[in-house]
Every structure is written in structure tokens, then in C-alpha cells.
Design a protein around this ligand. Structure first.
Ligand code: SAH
Ligand code: SF4
Length: 407
């Protein structure tokens, strides 16, 4: 798969050079029903049987979460053998798993690399449990082509889009590990929510810009929300974007999940610095796209993310301007404590300043806008996770970010 992203200016975005090279035996995970039907056609399954076979595969893969064709007892032995010859139901390979005392889990996952560059493609996936819910933070790209100045992923040069299968695969892997399939056994370590499901919410807030990989993200999220499979409601799935204005409407129309927007500044000059994509799509255009987001209402609000950077965007005037700016938009505000990384020029705002800022936002009618960071102990320990391509700080930041974002 080649990704074509035309750079407007090197400072706004970089061209992804890494390629996705499919494994010899592809996984059926992430295939839409139409793609499954296509796979069955290529294996010679007669047309009269195809619809029924697609339904069976969907049930075994997406509802039961089986990890081998052998377990698909309602599928004929012959077809299982043919399937196993050409396909797998593999998930991304787990390199490491860490469990925090508060139950937060982080997985470092290895995806097929590009033989040309010889570099492995790693992403991280984070699970944040609460008493009544569990949120999975999922990545949409290896790295990110955008260069937000406060974000470590933006400094990573290795970039490629994930396939729909690699996106859904993160969720399948997490459900395997959490015993979150019908009849599966839950792990005894860590904290698991008390309800029927371990993973109740999904946030596309890991590595990457999901709206630069919209087709794969759409296919993946439609699979994740499908009522005959994993069945996570679209109201419990949030896609976070740095503000790819021309794709926002399509995301709403084709996926229909909740939207989060990384605003981070109330003035264009400052946002140009923090989120260089703002030079292409200004705050006013971004907010207009938010007003027009399909289905937006007081019951389906847009979350505005605002990273607290000391002396940069954290003044009381900024807070007042923020609530003025969002007036009339059904909005929630998430203030995210900045998670520093080696070499960054930014610092996290002082706690008193975050509280003062938060008070202005609260007084304007937004409930508890600051998220408590989770899983601090495994962040501290995650030096042991060091991989060939990915620096510790990038993963740490992503985990903390995800934790800060749990709603
Ligand atoms: N690319 C998308 C989604 C991934 S980033 C986006 O930018 O929205 C998820 C969130 O984490 C974004 O709001 C992003 O701005 C924020 N973030 C990035 N680096 C951070 C850091 N070092 N500390 C706190 N939040 C950060
Ligand atoms: Fe990419 Fe989001 Fe990081 Fe910006 S904040 S560089 S869009 S991952």
C-alpha cells in the first residue's frame, strides 16, 4: 500500500516513505463482508453458499473471536482446510505487555515491516479500566506525517498507514488478553471493570492522524461497531483529529462515531506553531466543520482537547477566549496535562494554573474538564520495553495521553 500525501510545506507534514507489505498469508481480520465474500469467491465457494459462509465467518471471527479455523465448527472441514491454506485469523504480534497497579495495560505490537527499509513497524495500544467501563486507545498509523510541535510522535520519521485489519487487530488482541470473548477467562492480575464487557469504549487517540487514513479507519470502526460482532456502540467510539477539515464531514457521514478535535490554541498564530496543519485549515474553518459535523447535538457533543503548556496557551485570557470561541457548539472540553519528552521545548502548566484555567471552563458550564493521568507506574517502568525503532518517550507519551483522555 502506498500512501500519497502531498506535502504543502515540509513543516506542515512529511511524506510517508514506509510501505505496507502484506504477509504471504493475509489475516481475515479487518475484512468487510464484501471483502470476505471476495475471498470466498477466490477460493471457489459457489455463489449460492457465499452469503451464508460470510455470516458464519463473521460470527466466528467478530463475535466469538476464534484464533484458528479449526474452532469454526459450523464451517465444513473442507472449507476450513482451504481457508487455512490461504488465510489466517492472526492479530498483531505482541512484543511486550505491561500491567500497571491501577490496571492500565500497554502492549507494544509489531506489524509487518517494509523489507526495503528493513525497519520493523511498531505501534502501541493502551487499555484503561475503570469500575464501570474500559477504554482501549488504538493507533491509526505507525508514526504520524504531521509535525505538531508538542507531540513526540510527530518527530518520528518512520510513517505508514495501518490497514483496517491492523486497526481491528489491536482490539482483537486486547480482547484476547482480557478474556473479553464469550466464555473466555478473565485475567486475575490488574483491574477489570465489573460489567459484562472489559472493553466498552474505543478512542482513536494512539499514534497517527486517523483522518489521513480514513478509509481503513472507517472500515475498522464499522467492523468494531457492527451489532453482529464486537458490537461497541458508535457513541462509545471517539475519533480524535488534529483538524483535517475536508475529511471531518465524511468521517461523520461514513462512520458516525464521536469526534474529538485537538484544538490546543484559540488564536491562529499560536495554533500555527503548535499544530502546523492550522496553516492549511484555520481555526474558523475547523469550528465551522465542527458545527456541521453530522449528528452533532447536545446529546452528541464534540470533545475539544486542549494540552496545557506552561506560559504558552494557559493564561486566564486564553481560557476565557476558549469558552467564547466554542459558544454555540455542542462541546465538551478536555484539558490534558502536557506529557514532556526529552528534547521538548515545552513544559506542563503548573497545577494551580491548570486549576484556575479549569475553573473558568467549569464556570462556563463544562463539567470536570481535567483528566487524571493513569498508569504512572508502568510509564516509569517502560524503559524495559525499548524496541529497535520506537523510543521509550514516544510510547510513554502516548500512554499518558490516552490515560488523560479517558472520559
Ligand atoms: N493525531 C490525532 C490523534 C492522536 S493524538 C490528534 O492529534 O488528535 C491524541 C491527543 O494527544 C491529541 O489531542 C494530541 O494533541 C495529544 N498529545 C500529543 N502529544 C501530547 C503530549 N506530549 N502531551 C499531552 N497530549 C499530547
Ligand atoms: Fe500527529 Fe496527532 Fe501527534 Fe499531531 S498530535 S503529530 S496529528 S499524532
Amino acid at each position: 500500500m502506498t500512501i500519497v500525501v502531498e506535502p504543502v510545506s515540509a513543516a506542515i507534514e512529511k511524506t510517508p516513505l514506509e510501505r505496507y507489505v502484506a504477509p504471504a498469508k493475509p489475516s481475515l481480520i479487518g475484512m468487510t463482508r464484501t471483502e470476505l465474500a471476495g475471498a470466498l469467491t477466490s477460493l471457489g465457494v459457489p455463489e449460492a453458499q457465499r452469503k451464508m459462509r460470510v455470516q458464519q465467518l463473521w460470527h466466528w471471527i467478530c463475535f466469538r473471536g476464534v484464533t484458528s479455523f479449526d474452532a469454526m465448527s459450523s464451517v465444513s472441514k473442507e472449507l476450513r482446510a482451504v481457508l487455512a491454506e490461504h488465510y489466517t485469523v492472526d492479530r498483531p504480534e505482541i512484543v511486550t505487555e505491561q500491567v500497571s497497579v491501577d490496571g492500565t495495560r500497554k502492549w507494544l505490537l509489531r506489524l509487518p515491516g517494509d523489507p526495503e527499509s528493513g525497519l520493523p513497524h511498531d505501534v502501541e495500544c493502551v487499555y484503561i479500566p475503570d469500575t464501570d467501563r474500559g477504554t482501549l486507545c488504538v493507533s491509526s498509523q505507525v508514526g504520524c506525517t504531521l509535525n505538531c510541535s508538542f507531540c513526540h510522535t510527530g518527530t518520528q520519521r518512520l510513517v505508514r498507514n495501518l490497514t483496517a485489519g491492523e486497526i481491528v487487530g489491536q482490539l482483537m488482541m486486547a480482547r484476547d488478553r482480557l478474556g473479553d470473548w464469550p466464555g473466555a477467562t478473565r485475567p486475575t492480575d490488574g483491574v477489570i471493570p465489573t460489567g459484562e464487557r472489559c472493553i466498552t469504549n474505543v478512542v482513536m487517540m494512539g499514534m497517527g492522524e486517523p483522518l489521513y487514513n480514513l478509509d481503513a479507519v472507517r472500515d475498522a470502526l464499522l467492523i468494531v461497531s457492527d451489532g453482529d460482532g464486537i458490537g461497541i456502540s458508535k457513541r462509545r467510539i471517539t475519533l480524535s483529529t488534529s483538524g483535517v477539515v475536508p475529511e471531518i464531514e465524511r468521517a461523520g457521514r461514513e462512520i458516525g462515531c464521536m469526534l474529538a478535535v485537538s484544538l490546543h490554541a484559540v488564536r491562529d498564530d499560536l495554533r500555527n506553531d503548535l499544530v502546523p496543519l492550522n496553516r492549511k485549515y484555520k481555526i474558523a474553518d475547523l469550528l465551522e466543520a465542527c458545527r456541521n459535523y453530522p449528528g452533532v447535538s447536545n446529546a452528541k457533543r464534540i470533545t475539544f482537547e486542549y494540552v496545557m503548556l506552561k506560559g504558552v496557551n494557559d493564561s486566564i485570557d486564553d481560557a476565557k477566549a476558549l469558552v467564547r470561541l466554542l459558544k454555540g457548539i455542542p462541546a465538551k472540553i478536555n484539558l490534558i496535562p502536557f506529557n514532556p519528552w526529552p528534547g521538548t521545548k515545552y513544559e506542563c502548566s503548573d497545577w494551580e494554573q491548570i486549576e484556575k484555567f479549569s475553573q473558568v471552563v467549569f464556570d462556563a458550564g463544562y463539567a470536570s474538564p481535567v483528566r487524571t493521568p493513569r498508569g504512572r507506574d508502568i510509564l516509569a517502568a517502560c524503559g524495559q520495553l525499548k524496541s529497535a525503532t520506537e523510543k521509550l518517550s514516544a510510547r510513554e507519551r502516548m500512554a499518558l495521553r490516552a490515560m488523560a483522555m479517558t472520559d
